[in-house]
Design a protein around this ligand. Structure first.
Ligand code: UD1
Length: 369
């Protein structure tokens, strides 16, 4: 019998990381897998669309936890995943990224002596005010195989006392998905469908609690997007968390009706996002994934954060940290518009083959236990 691994996904950024690993495990043929969806994200536009377009098989198990406070969401995942583990234990649990589903499933598994592998281990923003930083620290502390996307992750894990034999630098699985989908994304020509044919435009996203949960900050950022869009039209797919916050703070009108040049949309499918990002003049975002994707497609990225757990996107990629500081954002915007932005250099192991390396490390690890 082949060893069976659980592949856990819960929130949108997990799906792009899961897809290449599913493909690579199927190709290698020496492991079987079960896809476990926690249901942290549940809107079709944040879920089903991604499974369809990335060719991910329908989840074998759905835990249907939905939204809640951090403790509620984490607790529900712990209980429901534990129940599954008790009924049908896998040989290992593989978790991705840094969302609540990642830490919750890792914890349920190790407590039942199911070993855990973490894809995208070792990233650190050194900002414990970020829920994701807590998820990363805890998951890495209990995982037995740490699969790392960039060299800073290896250094961080060593500094935390994790022994070398557990750490494997495999590269970035999200970039596998980007390279696989690039041609389909180009053919979608999403900008034309939005009436932007032949025009320069920007692309913006934001959903981090530090940017959207405080009325003052959100108001400043939305008004700034509106201001910048007078010079460069901006496409802005709005995350449900951001929309809910904006309505609560009386800022809903900016998003509901948009502005002539601030094109507000709902969450977009992956291929449309990649199509728009690749063709854009610049991206403004607080997303981790977009910092990586813009670095590979060579589009300037104004990162709306004070810090990043992905420092290689600043040193070798196209990202600059601008926080939510209006002056820094305006200055960076001017730098892009006037051609003052460095070119990225290719990042080692962000080559479209990270999924294969993950599958190989998983097989060797399980064979050696
Ligand atoms: C989560 C991740 C974050 C990731 C982001 C990508 C954690 C701690 N955060 O943040 O790292 O970058 O996903 O999207 O795991 N909602 C819906 N429909 C959905 C999902 C959420 O309407 O399908 C709304 C609900 O109001 C919910 C809110 O969005 O309360 C926040 O959702 P949640 O999963 O708690 O966190 P995200 O902000 O999406």
């Amino acid at each position: 019998m082949k060893p069976m691994v659980d592949l856990v996904a819960g929130a949108r950024p997990n799906f792009m990381k899961l897809a290449p690993v599913v493909r690579a495990i199927s190709m290698a043929g020496d492991l079987s897998y079960r896809i476990v969806h926690t249901g942290q994200h549940y809107d079709p536009s944040m879920n089903d669309v991604f499974f369809d377009e990335l060719g991910i098989p329908v989840p074998d198990v759905h835990l249907e936890v939905g939204s809640g406070t951090h403790a509620q969401q984490t607790a529900k995942i712990l209980e429901r995943y534990e129940e599954l583990l008790l009924k049908e234990p896998p040989s290992a649990t593989v978790v991705f990224g840094d969302v609540n589903s990642t830490v919750a499933c890792a914890l349920a598994a190790v407590k039942l002596a199911v070993p855990v592998a973490h894809v995208e281990a070792g990233l650190r923003s050194f900002d414990r005010g970020m829920p994701e930083e807590i998820n990363r620290l805890l998951t890495d502390a209990i995982a037995e195989l740490l699969l790392v996307s960039e060299p800073s992750g290896v250094e961080n894990l060593r500094r935390e006392g994790i022994s070398d034999h557990k750490i494997k630098l495999v590269g970035n699985v999200m970039i596998d998905t980007l390279l696989t989908q690039a041609e389909i994304a180009r053919s979608r020509d999403t900008a034309t469908r939005l009436g932007l044919a032949g025009r320069a435009y920007g692309f913006a996203t934001m959903h981090r609690p530090s940017n959207v949960d405080d009325p003052e900050t959100l108001s400043v950022l939305l008004r700034l997007l509106d201001e910048l869009s007078a010079e460069l039209p901006i496409v802005f797919p709005v995350h449900p968390r951001t929309l809910t916050a904006a309505k609560r703070f009386g800022l809903g009108d900016i998003l509901a009706h948009g502005r002539p040049n601030l094109i507000c949309l709902g969450p977009l499918p992956y291929n449309d996002t990649l199509s728009l990002v690749s063709g854009s003049r610049l991206v403004l975002t607080d997303s981790g994934g977009l910092q990586e994707e813009t670095s590979v497609v060579g589009v300037p990225c104004l990162t709306l954060r004070e810090n990043t757990e992905r420092p290689i996107t600043v040193t070798q990629g196209t990202s600059r940290l601008v926080g939510n500081d209006i002056l820094k954002i305006r200055e960076a915007f001017r730098d892009v518009m006037e051609g003052r932005w460095g070119q990225p250099t290719p990042i080692p192991l962000w080559d479209g083959k990270a999924g294969d390396r993950v599958a190989k490390e998983l097989s060797e690890w399980l064979a050696s236990r």
